[in-house]
Design a protein around this ligand. Sequence first.
Ligand code: C2E
Ligand code: CA
Ligand code: CA
Ligand code: CA
Length: 281
Amino acid sequence: AKALGKARHEIFDFSMYSQAAQLLQLEMDLRRAVERQEFQVHYQPIVSLETYKIIGFEALVRWQHPQHGLVSPERFISLAEETGLIVPIGYWVLREACRQMRAWQLEFPAHPPLTISVNISSKQFCQPNLIEQIHQILQDTGLEASSLKLEITETVLMENYESATAMLLQLQEMNIQLHLDDFGIGYSSLSYLHRFPSSALKIDRSFVINIGANGKNLEIVQAIISLAHSLNIDVIAEGVETMDQLRQLQIKKCKHAQGYIFSQPLDSQSVDTLIASSLPF
Ligand code: C2E
Ligand code: CA
Ligand code: CA
Ligand code: CA
């Protein structure tokens, strides 16, 4: 009986079982969340480093879980990708973010108008009807195409090489800007920059962390900014937390930044308060 128990234990690894069970539970919860629309969009300001004015916001999804409270995307985006649930989630985020931005533009007119940046995942980017959906959303919400920026990573381009090229041309025709997200952490960022013309790149937070005094990434960041400028591409620094980092970025002529030094991502009501209190912006 003892031998049998041991054998059984080897076949059936309980720690693995509970991990799998947790994942399955999460997947079930996520499906229900899509049906019941348990998601929220939070917004993080993107700030001009020349004027300190808010030029726009990045939309970041949150999951209001009935038991676990507000769940960060880091905990569910990859599962959403694997299960394909990212497609309906991403569609909802895109529509909600465009609707909200149009409302802010009407309430708080600015020149140029505030923009909204939305993350587009790989699965979403290969949907053949994405362009059509964007058209419809812009029409329904009244948001100008030029106010919408799509953030994609190089993985998106890598996984959809063929369709990505066609997609980029269509987006260009529609006057929608493409921003290359998490720039620098992939091994081929530079070659993608060359092959897929984008309007801006976002320097990944992992580089920005180390650009303070004696920071080992200062030269890399400097090189990325110079290269981008020579290709007529704007640079947005992600995850700026300290004055030291901010100053270095300004010295290197980085145009825009987002990060906790300015603000964490905020719910829409807090953004209302923020914009109203920083007028004229
Ligand atoms: P990301 O696109 O690189 O977004 C930036 C992340 O950095 C956000 O995390 C933001 O809250 C965080 N961040 C901004 N400034 C700072 C800072 O100064 N310090 C630190 N430590 N963090 C900062 P968040 O909201 O947890 O999102 C994580 C990732 O989840 C995003 O990374 C993005 O890849 C993904 N994600 C979020 N929303 C969506 C969405 O609607 N669709 C898709 N496909 N992915 C999303
Ligand atoms: Ca992003
Ligand atoms: Ca990013
Ligand atoms: Ca990132």
